[in-house]
Design a protein around this ligand. Structure first.
Ligand code: NPQ
Ligand code: MG
Length: 367
């Protein structure tokens, strides 16, 4: 196919409640929605993608306006002429980093390619599961009582696994309280890199709670320290921010820095790299699960399909749309019986509704 036009819609979606992690409190999600127009054998097709970079470089070094700049100046110019989704990564490889921007471009090309072929992402990946189990990520709350109320609400809604955000000063006590209140529910924690190896003795206190895993306790660029820490804990070590490619995943696995990997297509440069990480981990007997970046229904639908691959044996953070949004730009993705159906329509997602896309768009750029 040949790309003919790319429209970047910057959308701002209000969150149903403030979402506090060790790195920020967010009350809305700014994201870039990619609307790609391409020519396939003389026909015009549309592809949708979503860049998961935050408004500020707080989760990783990428951020919305930086992604728009690198796409305009350095990535789009490399996507001229005939190309396929499977060759986008190679075309963009000379540009260092900017994985979330690259991922969104590859995603839009893949969506256009699948729509043109009338193929679902599920068929393209060869997933056989019809639905995926849903976990929920629970932010840091103002009090333990508020946390217990939030967790109770999510359990009542049917979520099958609870993940608690932690940071120094909000870790042992909230986990103990959730264990005391809800018993042996599937439970894990995510520190978003808030600790150092000097906190090892403190983090060992988490071992008494029988957690499924501890996610990214240390800095994203330190595999060695995670390997050292994993020797000191019985709780399995899971990495998120650190795993930016299949190559880094291979290093993390071989160093014993990750017993489990949180796979996020945006963080690793796209859904095709995410599949490569899935395949690598599976070959090593390392479990993966699908993380979340508060995606709109575009990324959320694609993640639901990715999470149906056989190596995604742990419940992920693919929650229903209403976990974060009262209204989405696509029809809401709903959870029934703790599960989300794997989409079977052509493409990666249900396209956004034009009036909702316009309602939440704060900036439109034509490239
Ligand atoms: C579901 C979950 O916990 N996601 C990330 C953290 C994260 C990711 C992207 C975000 C975008 C806007 C506001 C907060 C965000 C938090 C994580 O697993 O570490
Ligand atoms: Mg995480």
């Amino acid at each position: 196919m040949r790309l003919t036009r790319l429209t970047l819609h910057t959308v701002r979606l209000p969150l149903v409640a403030p979402f506090t992690t060790s790195f920020s409190t967010q009350t809305e999600r700014t994201a870039i929605i990619f609307e790609l127009t391409a020519a396939v054998e003389g026909r015009e097709v549309t592809g949708w993608g979503e860049c998961v970079a935050l408004n500020e470089p707080l989760y990783s070094s990428e951020y919305v306006s930086g992604a728009i700049d690198v796409i305009r100046r350095f990535l789009m110019p490399r996507l001229d002429g005939e190309l396929t989704a499977e060759t986008v990564g190679q075309r963009l490889a000379p540009i260092v980093g900017h994985r979330m921007a690259k991922a969104a471009l590859e995603m839009a090309v893949l969506d256009a390619q699948l729509r043109a072929a009338g193929t679902s992402f599920a068929a393209y990946l060869g997933v056989t599961r019809q639905r995926i189990p849903c976990g929920v990520s629970v932010g840091i709350q103002d009090s333990v009582a508020a946390l217990l109320s939030a967790v109770g609400g999510y359990l009542d809604a049917g979520y099958l696994r609870v993940k608690l955000k932690i940071r120094p000063g909000w870790d042992i006590e909230p986990v103990r309280a959730v264990r005391k209140e809800f018993g042996p529910i599937p439970l894990q924690v995510d520190a978003n890199a808030a600790y150092t190896l000097a906190d090892a003795a403190h983090l060992r206190l988490l071992d008494e709670f029988g957690l499924l895993l501890i996610e990214q306790p240390l800095a994203e660029d330190d595999l060695r320290q995670h390997a050292a820490l994993s020797q000191l804990l019985t709780t399995p070590m899971c990495l998120d921010e650190s795993i930016v490619s299949a190559a880094v995943a291979a290093s993390a696995i071989s160093m014993g820095a990750a017993a489990v990997i949180n796979v996020k297509p945006g963080r690793v440069g796209g859904y095709l790299e995410a599949r490569r990480i899935h395949d690598l981990a599976r070959a090593h007997g390392v479990a993966v699960w699908c993380g979340g970046m508060l995606e709109s229904g575009i990324g959320r639908a694609a993640n639901a399909t990715l999470a149906a691959l056989p190596g995604f044996t742990l419940v992920g953070d693919v929650s229903a749309s209403d976990r974060f949004y009262r209204q989405d730009i696509t029809p809401p993705i709903e959870m029934r019986g703790g599960h989300i159906d794997v989409p079977r329509e052509p493409g990666l997602c249900t396209p956004p509704e034009r009036r909702l896309l316009e309602k939440f768009t704060v900036e439109t750029i034509e490239l």
